[in-house]
Design a protein around this ligand. Sequence first.
Ligand code: CP
Ligand code: NVA
Length: 310
Amino acid sequence: MGAKRDLVSILDVKDDLVGLLELAARIKNRTKAGEPYEPLRGKSLAMLFEKASTRTRVSFEVGMTQLGGHALFLSPNDLQIGRGETISDTAKVLSRYVDGIMYRAFKRENVQELARNATVPVINGLDDKEHPCQVIADLFTILEHKGGAFKQLKLAYVGDGNNVCNSLLLGAAIVGMAMTAACPSGYEPDAELLGAARAIAKESGSTIRVVDDPVGAVQRADVVYTDVWVSMGQEKEQEKREKVFRLYQVNSALLDHAKKDAVVMHCLPAHRGLEITDEVIDGPQSIVFDQAENRLHAQKAILSRFLGGV
Ligand code: CP
Ligand code: NVA
């Protein structure tokens, strides 16, 4: 089986992250120039979604079509998984039909189980620990808006130390960008992934900090990033979380503490009026819709690399 590669954690592309960003830029330029680019002609991607999705689903599906291939949307309720067929059997069977599997799962262990048993590449479309494809697109967006010198940039993340935050910490450490996450006590990033980010940061020259003060975190930031306070699967904690995170809103007053030319990012979907105000998300510093568009270009780079060996 040897050669197949999975993208479960952003750590899986540690040595190829910059290469993927360059590939995304080349693919985006070709798309904008109207030049066809179809390295995945005749290939199929199975997309298995345990949770809702707008951007990930549409960008993977449209990306596959634009690359000359085809994507199938599979919901566990309609698959035999919903009736108890195991993930490992599903992985083995899907591998006989398709050239890659994208999986959005509640649990990291399930993504790992699918990857272990599939003979085709498995791409993590978000789990409880990480959102690697999101952060590849985010780094590409930062590159476009702030130039290539990641080592001179500082990203401030404000809010929940969740899947997106974990992948951002790792991604920032890999490219050498400084990152400070401001999270309330008890809602810090995953300790193991934070440790991995810190170890990588030592090599790359980045600085990774976790604090509880949003104002201190955004000072001198070039990028201010936030995500929802209640991730998918945490709906029961909504009331509690809205109280805990109240002071972690990205609003104009907070943004005033960042650099004047700081950009604002959010992976979306946003809960306007909670983690971010209308004024900020619709304001001149927001690049959230460029960021959302770049999911498509980044996805095409990931798919070309993992399914096409580009
Ligand atoms: N950012 C993101 O992954 O969005 P979706 O949940 O809509 O896919
Ligand atoms: N942290 C959010 C990201 C959604 C794209 C969630 O897991 O729901």
